[in-house]
Write a new protein. Structure first.
Length: 432
């Protein structure tokens, strides 16, 4: 007897297949069996064990994908674990996430990759993918075991937290990566330009007496990498771009049809450097919050189709560490559980994107970037589905977070758009 899950009467949005209509979705034995029509109308009879979910007035979309999270395991389990992060992820509608390798120790060989995968499977919440480090211990000197990690299932490589500084090392990494057809992702930041900066460089940093990180630090490395991609043709992904200058570089990249993609975080769409005025370390993030003109440029870039994906860069930290002074506190925002509402606020409410446009940047596009066969409701695909109430209003309360960490500047924000159910492989793994 097959297990069936029938999601009825929802507004089904599947951007990859250009579907946006009210219809049913049928999942059989964990796979998408049918999208469209009204299953009952056809008087279909079934012998199978069927669960019915009524999704009237709700959005039924491919499971959301976040290609940039930090789950801190191994090494910093008091901040987050793969289990706690996975639970937070399904509560936020994400059926697939990609863990960054800057754990302690870093993910740099096949055993480390298998460890993350195993923990993810054991938790049975979201699908957990991982990127391996480009260089050993993320030091930017010697290449890590990229081939073995790719064989073990790493879906890409990055030294996130840092960019690869040495252009010769980066070129070698790209040539090597070419052999296994995986994506190379980069935290674009030139350390020499960034120096010991802790917020965006400029007027506000000067007033606050804090060292700044000039946008040029990001743009210089992105420009350099574009030249390297022209040479190697490797799939390359610029993580969390944050400046108007980076947007202009991406505009040129798209004209030349280079295999280069980029992502933007919620915080770079909603917050600016001025938020740092009270020395509140919840606003200390890397790359730093930029100027209003940068935020506007990122939004325009999304409207123009230059941004390929939205990603949270969920970076949990202990309260005791975030309570240090601004100079000493760690960089990062834990924003996974409010991501959808934040994107609605940043992009749908001002009319920059409609729902299909937003869902594309959270499903089909990120799946394509990391090369996984997900992000659509095509027949035969894994039954990963997120059901969203687009009108539900709610208030962010960090005390209710499933994530272990509370370093989130959105506490008290009123948001619209809430995840109702998250279905992974045909199984309801989260219910509001
Ligand atoms: Zn980063
Ligand atoms: Zn990151």
């Amino acid at each position: 007897m097959a297990a069936e899950l029938l999601i009825k009467n929802g507004r089904v949005i599947d951007p990859a297949n250009n579907i946006d209509k009210e219809c049913d979705v049928l999942i059989v034995d964990g796979k998408i069996a049918e999208v469209g029509g009204k299953t009952e109308d056809r008087g279909q009879k079934t012998e199978n064990c069927r669960t019915v979910v009524d999704a009237a007035d709700k959005l039924v979309v491919p499971g959301l994908i976040d290609i940039h999270v930090h789950f801190r395991e191994p090494g910093d389990e008091e901040e987050e674990t793969i289990a706690s992060g996975s639970k937070a992820a399904v509560a936020a509608g994400f059926t697939s996430v990609v863990c960054m390798p800057n754990t302690n120790p870093a993910v740099e060989n096949e055993t480390d990759v298998e460890y993350v995968h195993r923990k993810g499977r054991q938790t049975r919440k979201t699908h957990v993918y991982v990127m391996g480090a480009i260089t050993k211990n993320r030091e930017g000197v010697e290449l890590a075991e990229m081939g073995l990690m790719a064989e073990a299932g790493a879906i890409g490589f990055t030294d996130d937290g840092n960019g690869v500084q040495d252009p010769a090392v980066m070129l070698r990494a790209l040539k090597y990566a070419k052999m296994f057809n995986v994506v190379i992702a980069q935290h674009c930041q030139d350390d020499k330009i960034a120096g010991n900066g802790v917020m965006n460089a400029g007027y506000h940093a000067t007033i606050l007496g804090l060292p700044g990180i000039d946008g040029l630090a990001e743009e210089a490395m992105l420009w350099r990498d574009i030249q390297l991609i022209k040479r190697t043709g490797v799939r390359y992904h610029a993580q969390h771009i944050s400046t108007a200058g980076s947007v202009e570089l991406m505009r040129a990249v798209k004209k030349e049809s280079l295999p280069i993609t980029c992502e933007v975080t919620p915080h770079h769409l909603l917050l600016t450097e001025e938020c740092c005025a009270e020395y509140d370390t919840n606003y200390k993030v890397n790359p730093p919050l930029r100027r209003t003109s940068d935020v506007e440029a990122l939004k325009q870039a999304i409207a123009d189709g230059l941004i390929d994906a939205l990603a949270t860069d969920h970076a949990p930290h202990l309260q005791s560490e975030k309570e240090l002074e601004f100079l000493a506190a760690p960089f990062g925002i834990a924003g996974l559980e409010c991501a959808l509402g934040l994107y609605v606020k940043a992009l749908i409410e001002p009319g920059i994107l409609d729902w299909p446009g937003l869902i594309r940047l959270m499903t089909a596009n990120p799946a394509r970037i990391i090369g996984i066969d997900k992000g659509t409701l095509s027949r035969g695909k894994q039954g990963d589905v997120t059901i969203i109430d687009p009108d539900a209003e709610w208030t962010v309360d960090v005390k209710k977070f499933i994530s272990k960490s509370r370093n989130c500047p959105y506490h008290g924000w009123k948001l619209k758009g809430k995840v109702e159910k998250t279905i992974v492989g045909g199984e309801v793994r989260f219910e509001a």
